[in-house]
Design a protein around this ligand. Structure first.
Ligand code: GLN
Length: 296
């Protein structure tokens, strides 16, 4: 990464973009632009306006360090410290899964239930950054939201996000494994949501380097067949849901898991009563969100 002393912002961008291309980073120009904007603390418009100005000497070292780390596979979001989800910024780090766009489908599916529940208790199991729990709290003001995670570091990040987004008073954070802290508190949520770790253990090594080496294994590894968390949560649903009234569950699942998880949900619904399940495909046609509803 050699550069002249009077490199302009435009030239720094081109240099970064070419470097990422060489390193096989996807979307090299986008990555270059975002890191440049991050290090200079300017938006895209300011960047374009200042294209021909010299790149500030004071920021050069920091920029080059970011380029080197990104080139070595560190996720862009770990360098900027943020990821947008459902139109809002979330702090992220190596302690939490970076929120993915397909998880917004889970939000949309849960929000479709707003007509069926008054002021439900919603539980998000394995909240990570808090993306799901906090978005639901913001989009569904009448709901009371609980966010569970086994990782204290993840819960700390979720709390930070709750404060930033102004919902810290509406969301309670519980540390523990899957449904265990709910049972311990005697909580009976009407709505259970989760994007648990669902990658089969053996497949974890085949993940992209950026995911495999930088995102928490705790948020990825779903056991031998990737279905362990669904088994535990579905097994607990009959006792977790309130005895009466409507009840709902929605999960994000991995590829080829839709039918198995739908069958687990069906098994959790009371026999002979009105119950319904369904699968929402993502933009690639993969069954991504699996849901179930227990009737009145
Ligand atoms: N969607 C993530 C990935 O493919 C996995 C997230 C999860 O296990 N819940 O990297």
């Amino acid at each position: 990464m050699s550069h002249g002393t009077m490199e302009t912002i435009r030239e720094a961008l081109l240099r970064a973009s070419r470097f990422f291309e060489e390193k096989g980073v996807r979307a090299p120009q986008f990555n270059a632009e975002l890191l440049l904007q991050h290090v200079l603390r300017i938006d895209r418009t300011r960047m374009l306006v200042r294209f021909q100005e010299p790149f500030p000497q004071a920021e050069r070292e920091a920029f080059d360090r970011l380029l080197a780390r990104r080139g070595a596979g560190v996720p862009l979001q770990h360098l900027t410290g943020e990821q947008e989800f459902y139109g809002r910024p979330f702090y992220v780090s190596g302690d939490v899964l970076i929120p993915r766009p397909e998880t917004e489908l889970l939000i949309e599916r849960v929000l479709q239930e707003q007509g069926a529940f008054d002021a439900p208790v919603i539980v998000d199991i394995g909240t990570g950054s808090g993306a799901i729990a906090l978005t639901l709290a913001l989009e569904w003001p009448a709901a009371q939201v609980f966010a569970v995670d086994i990782s204290p570091a993840a819960l700390q990040m979720a709390r930070r996000n709750a404060e930033r987004l102004g919902v810290a008073d509406r969301v309670e954070f519980l540390q523990g494994d899957l449904v265990q802290p709910l049972a311990a508190r005697g909580l009976r949520p009407q709505i259970v949501v989760s994007n648990p770790p669902y990658i089969p253990t053996a497949d974890c090594e085949q993940l992209d380097v950026e995911v495999r080496d930088h995102e928490p294994r705790l948020a990825l590894d779903g056991g031998a067949d990737g279905l362990y968390p669904y088994r535990v949560i579905c097994g607990a649903l009959p006792k977790l849901w309130p005895d009466d009234g409507p009840a709902f569950v929605a999960y994000e699942v991995g590829i080829h898991q839709d039918r198995d998880v739908e069958a687990m949900i069906r098994a959790a619904l009371p026999a002979g009563e009105s119950g319904e399940t369904g699968i929402v495909p993502d933009w690639q046609g993969i069954g991504r969100v699996i849901w179930g509803r227990r009737g009145e």
